[in-house]
Design a protein around this ligand. Structure first.
Ligand SMILES: [Zn+2]
Length: 469
């Protein structure tokens, strides 16, 4: 979204074209001796190979065997048989929630919302959200998530919240899709109000220097929560005018499913469900809703960790995939899925579905791993940039140490059944090392945690005082 970066890129492209073959392509790093799990559509079999990363942090070559002699002088990273996967993509996260783990332990969705938003978060001052977002993003990164959708807290009516959360997203080093709410919890905006609000938001964020970290912006959709069709009408108009997608929470919690299903008609009539849009959770569907979402080309985010924790239910993923639905996966906020861990999310999701069907062949480890990489990138509309290790995409990858795995019969099964954070040897974003052996290379995670905890305790005390009044 950075127009300056766009123009420099164009200028450089013209220069290269003009000078032609005289300029050799330059690279900053060559990764050798890797077992590559590219997660590209035509490459289900892992292979031993190499990757060449250009100065811009993108993949110039991905191949089997050893790199060509032309890279002899380029710095090498010999990973000696380590397994390399694309960085995981979380299609649905609320980064600020990492401050509030363990809340509402015996609650389903609405009780948990009360415990988090009403009893705690509303008492937090704006600057806290910088620290909460930074911690949440770093926690994603250290578990191997290199791109995340972030539902920012608060509405654009209070832009200072967006400012501090964007700062947290940027300083973490993670790539992100910035989700912004234009309506807020108060009155539903009219189309005119929504367009004006979205327009000023987009003008602001385009002027920010987000480099290649921010991949897109989307609307944090609220239409499923509103008892009026106006929210769907306004959000559809904003999406249409600015060409931006809408990420709704919908059909998550069992008790609210009847109301939300009846509101789906409003969304269809408003033209809200399009190929730009993404349905978060999407558990309690009926055949008409499912076929409408598939026909519209919209995608969903499957969030098994929080769906299990909040007893929301288990999405019927094998059925959705068989019907042709686009499915990504999210770890959700760390207050409802307390570990931002994609490997744990893969495992819990796979097991929940197998248990639901009482059939171990109904969903494969490979399929679920692909949903949390390429599938999530596709759901967010950024699969041309991340989600698989292919030439032209960002060199965002996770290095897995397989030493613990014993004799491997099926590497995807080993990853899905056994791999965990202790096997994540390193995480790279754009070919730069951001995590090594559990430690962040650019941040002191403990210090960030201490700052967050201090602030959470202050909010908790303030909330307790308020409740006595
Ligand atoms: Zn959510």
């Amino acid at each position: 979204m950075n127009s300056r970066a766009c123009c420099y890129g164009m200028a450089l492209g013209m220069l290269t074209a003009a000078v032609g073959p005289m300029l050799a392509q330059s690279a900053k790093l060559v990764v050798t001796e890797a077992k590559l799990f590219t997660m590209a559509a035509d490459q289900p079999e892992p292979f031993d190979g190499f990757m060449v990363i250009d100065e811009g942090g993108k993949l110039l070559e991905v191949g089997a065997g050893a790199p060509g002699a032309e890279w002899a002088d380029t710095p090498k990273l010999d990973v000696s048989g380590m397994w390399i996967l694309p960085g995981f993509v979380s299609a649905h996260s609320h980064l600020w929630q990492s401050a509030w783990r363990g809340l509402g332990a015996d609650q389903t969705l609405m009780g948990w919302v009360e415990a988090l938003y009403m009893e705690q978060a509303q008492f937090a001052p704006v600057e806290d959200f910088y620290w909460f977002t930074l911690q949440g993003a770093l926690d994603h990164l250290r578990h191997g998530i290199t791109t995340t959708y972030n539902f920012n807290y608060g509405a654009w009516a209070q832009p200072e919240f967006a400012e501090v959360q964007l700062k947290g997203e940027m300083e973490s080093g993670v790539r992100f899709v910035h989700g912004q709410n234009f309506g807020g919890w108060g009155q539903v905006p009219t189309v005119e109000e929504g367009l004006a609000s979205a327009g000023s938001f987009i003008e602001w964020i385009e002027a920010e220097d987000t480099g290649d970290q921010m991949l897109r912006v989307m609307i944090n959709g609220s239409a499923a929560f509103r008892d009026t069709a106006q929210a769907a009408i306004t959000e559809a108009a904003v999406g249409e005018r600015y060409g931006i997608g809408n990420h709704l929470h919908i059909l998550e919690s069992a008790p609210e499913q009847y109301e939300e299903r009846s509101r789906f008609r409003w969304m269809v009539d408003a033209g809200l469900i399009t190929e730009r849009d993404l349905m978060g959770h999407f558990i309690h569907v009926d055949p008409w809703i499912l076929s409408h979402v598939i026909d519209a080309g919209a995608a969903i985010s499957w969030n098994p960790l929080s769906n299990g924790r909040l007893a929301s239910g288990t999405a019927d993923i094998p059925h959705y995939l068989a019907e042709g639905l686009r499915v990504g996966m999210g770890v959700d906020g760390q207050a409802s899925a307390d570990r931002a861990d994609p490997l744990e999310n893969v495992r819990i999701g796979l097991y929940a579905v197998r248990a639901k069907y009482e059939d171990a062949s109904v969903l494969s480890p490979y399929t679920v791993l692909r949903l949390h990489t390429w599938g999530s990138a596709d759901a967010l509309g950024v699969a041309d940039q991340v989600g698989s290790l292919e030439v032209g995409k960002f060199a965002d990858f996770v290095v897995i140490d397989p030493t613990d795995f014993g004799v491997v019969f099926d590497p995807y099964a080993t990853l899905a059944f056994m791999a965990a954070q202790e096997h994540v040897a390193a995480v790279y974003v754009g070919g730069e090392k951001r995590v090594e052996a559990g430690r962040l290379t650019q941040h002191d995670y403990r210090n960030v945690g201490r700052e967050v905890n201090k602030r959470v305790i202050a909010v908790r005390d303030r909330a307790a005082e308020e409740s006595k009044k």
